[in-house]
Design a protein around this ligand. Structure first.
Ligand SMILES: Cc1cc2nc3c(=O)[nH]c(=O)nc-3n(C[C@H](O)[C@H](O)[C@H](O)COP(=O)(O)OP(=O)(O)OC[C@H]3O[C@@H](n4cnc5c(N)ncnc54)[C@H](O)[C@@H]3O)c2cc1C
Length: 377
């Protein structure tokens, strides 16, 4: 039974799944276009950020450059700035969630909280979305369920002996004086720095050579913020590069970490997994096509398999362009919004007005040829 006491699912034209930066960023555009939609959120606004380890901060800096048309890197709309709202350069998770809540409140976004999507299936001309208490029929679905809440916990045999970085509320809770971290990308080095600050000895096993890898795209290389902190606290940190872990074995009070080339490392505390995320896409595998493990999307970030099913957020990818930072993936919100609004034959003038605003502020990246350029110096 739906709200109107009629049999059958509730009808909604446009449904966004997830109220993180991606879902909220898109919802703001729809609001500006006065396009009716809803956002389903399984917990609260910015729930992933509220789950970040207490000490973790955004690596991308916030600075209010909006009035010179260079919007704060962590902003999700051209008219907002976390640096201004929060008065800090590197917000922690709780602070960033507050910024998202401020936007949701300001724009009176139609977010339905504590409403988890349990299953989704294709119907005639749309999708049947099942939540705990009702079914919703949606013509358009935009997937914005993120990745942080879906950590990769089983990358090799014995990984269940380890703790994933995404499940640690605060580094202060970890007892022991020496730790072994598997993975040396942003979260691995961040963990090493946090533990070193607490005077713990840290050994990081890196499948690549992250500290020596310098590239101009932040998706491929450690951020300056992380390098600065590493340099400050490296005294307690030892890194073994070019070593891929293939198994962890628990022997009495010790954990043996075995690498591909047969080396063994021992830790008397649970090894820490910093190997990334499975992503929420693992829940809807058959809705997208993959080629060599890489998602395929249309030029408007629509699924190549399912009509009117779109993706926004850090999992968006087009060839070498990886949109895993807010300043990158926010540039695709307006492309998705414009496409859906046009298909719905929504008010042309309003669409144009909003899209022009987003273009003016560099929130509309259509030509991706720029994304493979590197810095001259
Ligand atoms: C450790 C880490 C650090 C990062 N640091 C930065 C940084 O400094 N700068 C930067 O730009 N990017 C950073 N990122 C990138 C990061 O991916 C994004 O900034 C951001 O979290 C992605 O936003 P999102 O809205 O796609 O996902 P999320 O913020 O995860 O939001 C997804 C929302 O969907 C909800 N949801 C999930 N499943 C369902 C369901 N079934 N039904 C309904 N709702 C659901 C969740 O509760 C959540 O609120 C970092 C990522 C990680 C993992």
């Amino acid at each position: 039974m739906n709200e109107n006491n009629n049999l059958g699912p509730r009808n909604e034209n446009v449904v966004i799944i997830g109220a993180g930066p991606a879902g909220i960023g898109l919802s703001i555009i729809f609001r500006k276009m006065r396009l009716k939609h809803i956002v389903l959120e399984k917990e609260s606004i910015g729930a992933s950020f509220k789950k970040w380890p207490k000490e973790m901060r955004m690596i991308s800096p916030s600075f209010t450059g909006n009035f010179f048309l260079m919007v704060d890197l962590n902003a999700i709309s051209p008219d907002s700035s976390p640096a201004y709202t929060l008065q800090t350069e590197h917000p922690n998770g709780q602070e960033y969630a507050e910024y998202l809540e401020t936007l949701a409140d300001h724009y009176k976004l139609p977010i339905e909280l504590n409403k988890a999507l349990i299953s989704i299936k294709s119907g005639v001309n749309g999708y049947i979305l099942k939540t705990e208490d009702e079914e919703i029929f949606a013509k358009y679905v935009i997937w914005a369920a993120g990745e942080f809440q879906f950590p990769l916990k089983d990358p090799f045999p014995g990984a269940h002996h380890c703790i994933h970085t995404a499940t640690i509320p605060t580094w202060k809770d970890l007892s022991g004086d020496e730790f072994l971290i598997i993975g040396a990308a942003e979260s691995g080095i961040d963990t090493a720095v946090q533990l070193s600050k607490l005077n713990k000895k840290v050994h990081v096993i890196d499948s690549n050579n992250s500290l020596e890898n310098f590239q101009s795209d932040s998706s491929y290389s450690l951020s300056p913020y992380t390098r600065d902190r590493y340099n400050e606290y490296k005294e307690n940190i030892h890194v073994t590069p070019d070593t891929r872990v293939v198994e962890v074995v628990n022997k009495e009070d010790n954990y043996i970490i075995i690498s591909e080339d047969g080396k063994e490392f021992t830790s008397n505390t649970k090894p820490i997994l910093a190997v990334g995320f499975k992503s929420s896409l693992s829940k809807i595998q058959k809705f997208f096509e993959y080629e060599d493990g890489i998602i395929r999307l249309s030029d408007q970030d629509e699924s190549t398999l399912k009509e009117n099913f779109f993706l926004i957020g850090p999992q968006v990818r087009h060839d070498d362009a990886i949109f895993c930072f807010i300043y990158k993936f926010r540039q695709r919100f307006a492309i998705v919004a414009e496409e859906i609004a046009k298909r719905l034959m929504h008010k042309k003038e309003l669409i144009k007005q909003v899209i022009d605003e987003y273009k003016q502020y560099n929130f509309y990246l259509e030509d991706l040829s720029c994304c493979s350029n590197s810095c001259a110096c």
